[in-house]
Structure formats: C-alpha cells, structure tokens
Design a protein around this ligand. Structure first.
Ligand code: NAI
Length: 243
C-alpha cells in the first residue's frame, strides 16, 4: 500500500486530492499550516477506507518540514513515503511598482522553498525503494500575469525545478511532473473580485470555472502505476483557458 504526503491539504485542491487519494486506498498524510488540519484529516478518513493523518507544517521553514516528516513516519510506523504532492500555496498580489519585499518573500518562500524543503525530506526514502511520484503545483500564471510578479516567478521556477528533478531522478524510477491549473474554484480564487472572475470565465472554452476535483483526478492518475512513463511533463488542467 502506498503512502502520500499532500501539502496545503486543508483547503481547495489539496483537500480534494487527499480525499481522492484516500479513496484509492493510499495512506494520506495531510500537511497544512492551519492548526485544525488533524480535524480535516479525520473528516477525510471518514470518507474513505484508508488511514489519513493530519499534521501542522509550515512548508517554507526547513525545520518545520523536517519535524513534520519525522513525526509522520513515527505515527505511521514507516520509513519512507512513496508520493509527494507539493501543493501548498498563497497569493500576495500587487502591481510590481507597489509590491513590497515582504509580498515577494512570502510567495517565493511558500512556493519555491516549500517545494524544495518538502522534496528534500522525502527523496532519500524514494531513492532507497526505487519508486516515487512527485507532483508540483505550478499555475497558468507561470507565463506572466499582471499583479503576480512574485507568484508567476515562483510558478515558473517550479517548472524548472520539476524538469531538472525529472532528469536527475528518472534512474531511480521516480517521476516528477508539474500541473498547471487554470482557474479553479477554491478559497484562493474566491478572493478575486466578481467582475474579474466573470472576465476570466468568459475566456474559458469549456465555459466554467474548474473544480478542485478536476485537478485531484489528474493527480490520482499521475501517482498511479498507469502513469509510470510520464516524467518532466507540464500538464495543464484549464478547461482550455490557456489556448
Ligand atoms: P487554497 O488557498 O484553497 O489552499 C492552499 C492551502 O495551502 C491552504 O490550506 C493553506 O493553509 C495552505 N498553506 C499556505 N501556506 C502554507 C505553508 N507555509 N505551509 C503549509 N501550508 C500552507 O488554494 P488552492 O486554490 O487549493 O491552491 C492549491 C495550489 O494550487 C497552490 O499552489 C496554488 O498556487 C495552485 N493553483 C491554484 C489555482 C486556482 O485557480 N485555485 C490555479 C493554479 C494554481
């Protein structure tokens, strides 16, 4: 039986992914900065037949990811995890001329340092067992988006990181892929003003906002044995938004 870490699992895409993976019989370790992630994990466990635990972690902090990983292994009595979904994310939007160093730092730290920190924790275990699946969450904003210099830079960085790791880790049977969601209905996008939401949705050929489950379904495929020949890929789930 496989074990997965999902970061940013308390909300939106991370929560839907935890539900989906748990329903596929995967043991899920839900990590999130929110304090009640343990409660969320109980909720997810009750919706599936798998073991699900939730632990608080700040992915941007090296020591926090180290303690999180060690604690999770101890609780579950295991020595590695097979699957990592680097999903935790934040936005701190502002036009570049108004963007503060703090807004820059926070976004770079959660996305880029977060992805680095968590991947470092799991990687030796995956190499030891010669099997691994790493999914990194990029965004359609990686191509540039007004008001998101920090977020776009981080999400473009995640693509370079993904492709490099795919090259380095293929020989260990570890696949590393990045997802590019478009406009997905989560708390992150609910803060977008209604007028802008409408403009974005009008640009989506499928005519509607995506659901967290639309992304979770793709993740469930990518972590499966059926996806064993995909690595270094950047896979869009946008309803055609980026066409
Ligand atoms: P969300 O806001 O619903 O969930 C993000 C989760 O990350 C929250 O539970 C939050 O507490 C957690 N988090 C934030 N900082 C953290 C930290 N330092 N350590 C651990 N956990 C932390 O957002 P959503 O939409 O589910 O986003 C998930 C991922 O998908 C993010 O990486 C986001 O950038 C990406 N994405 C989302 C899109 C969308 O349209 N919603 C589009 C493209 C990418």
């Amino acid at each position: 039986m496989r074990t997965a870490i999902v970061t940013g699992a308390g909300s939106g895409i991370g929560y839907a992914t935890s539900v989906k993976l748990a329903n596929k019989g995967i043991t899920v370790i839900m990590g999130d900065i929110i304090k009640d992630i343990g409660e969320k994990a109980k909720e997810v466990e009750s919706l599936s037949k798998s073991k699900v635990i939730g632990l608080t972690v700040d992915v941007s902090d090296w020591n926090s990811t180290k303690e999180f990983y060690e604690e999770a292994l101890k609780i579950l009595g295991i020595d590695h995890v097979d699957i990592l979904v680097n999903n935790a994310g934040i936005i701190r939007d502002a036009l570049f001329v108004k963007m503060t160093p703090e807004q820059w730092d926070q976004v770079i730290k959660v996305h880029l340092y977060g992805t680095f920190n968590m991947t470092k924790q799991v990687i030796e275990g995956m190499i030891k067992y010669n099997w691994g699946r790493i999914i990194n969450m990029s965004s359609a904003s990686w191509m540039g988006n007004i008001g998101q210099a920090n977020y776009s830079a981080a999400k473009a960085g995640i693509i370079g990181f993904t492709k490099t790791l795919a090259r380095e880790l293929g020989k260990y049977n570890i696949t590393v892929n990045a997802l590019v969601p478009g406009f997905i209905d989560t708390p992150m996008t609910r803060s977008v003003p209604e007028k802008i939401r409408k403009i974005i949705i009008d640009r989506i050929p499928l005519g509607k906002i995506g659901s967290p489950e639309d992304v979770a379904n793709l993740i469930a495929f990518l972590v499966s044995d059926e996806a064993s020949y995909l690595t270094g890929d950047i896979i869009e789930v946008t309803g055609g938004l980026t066409l």
